[in-house]
Write a protein that binds this ligand. Structure first.
Ligand code: DX5
Ligand code: ZN
Length: 220
């Protein structure tokens, strides 16, 4: 069963010099989650932010923090992000030797466990994780940068995972990340997504536009 779509602005596209105000502004504009992209310059060719930023932002908002880890090896940092105030911690299977153990560990920390698939990673990877995952994130761009174009082949993967989730009978969020704009949002929702990450499309035009930008992603 599909839930109302949740919008998760990626603060990678925010003004980093005013990050707290930016988070307050997206909350006021109707965002559901705050998507935090963590990059290490090793797993992906870009460096962004770490647990200190998550911790600094925690008192600024009551919105859930949707923390997307693009770091490897990832396991040594799970505790730090949990302590910093993450609500969902999402990991790539390629970022550590034992994805099942990583998800178990996130859950043992009392957090929601997410697994994220790169565009080249098949849905089949999820077969033995469906009883553990609280969120599945489908990358519709290769991770590392905001502002890239949506890769249409991922729609088929979203459809396949929607079927897997419905069959599992579990309450698992199906989120899509990369190149989301009002048009691709519509396609992703039609394929079965119920949460959308949007960096460029949320933050374009500055704070006066955030509410309209988020509304447009929900379908107007
Ligand atoms: C890419 C990140 C995305 C990115 C999305 O590695 O995971 O969250 O910031 O940016 P847009 O919405 O601009 O494609
Ligand atoms: Zn992301």
């Amino acid at each position: 069963m599909t839930k109302p779509v949740r919008i998760a602005p990626s603060i990678l596209s925010a003004d980093f010099a005013r990050l707290g105000e930016e988070v307050r502004a997206i909350e006021a504009a109707g965002a559901d989650w705050v998507h935090i992209d963590v990059m290490d310059g090793h797993f992906v060719p870009n460096i962004s932010m770490g647990p200190v930023v998550v911790k600094a932002l925690r008192p600024v908002t009551t919105l859930p923090f949707d923390v997307h880890l693009m770091i490897s090896p990832v396991d040594a940092y799970l505790d730090a992000f949990a302590e910093a105030g993450a609500d969902t911690i999402t990991v790539h299977p390629e970022a550590g030797p034992h994805i099942h153990r990583s998800l178990q560990h996130i859950k043992s920390l009392g957090k929601r466990a997410g697994v994220v698939l790169n565009p080249g990673t098949p849905a089949k990877m999820l077969d033995y994780l469906m009883d553990l995952a609280d969120l599945i994130l489908v990358m519709s761009v290769n991770p590392g940068f905001g502002g890239q174009s949506f890769i249409p082949s991922q729609l088929r993967k979203i459809e396949a995972i929607r079927t897997m989730i419905d069959k599992s009978g579990r309450d698992i969020d199906l989120e899509v990340d990369g190149g989301i704009d009002p048009e691709t949002a519509k396609a992703a929702i039609a394929a079965g997504a119920d949460a959308l990450v949007a960096g460029t499309a949320t933050f374009k035009g500055g704070p006066d536009h955030y509410a309209a930008n988020i509304r447009a992603l929900r379908g107007g």
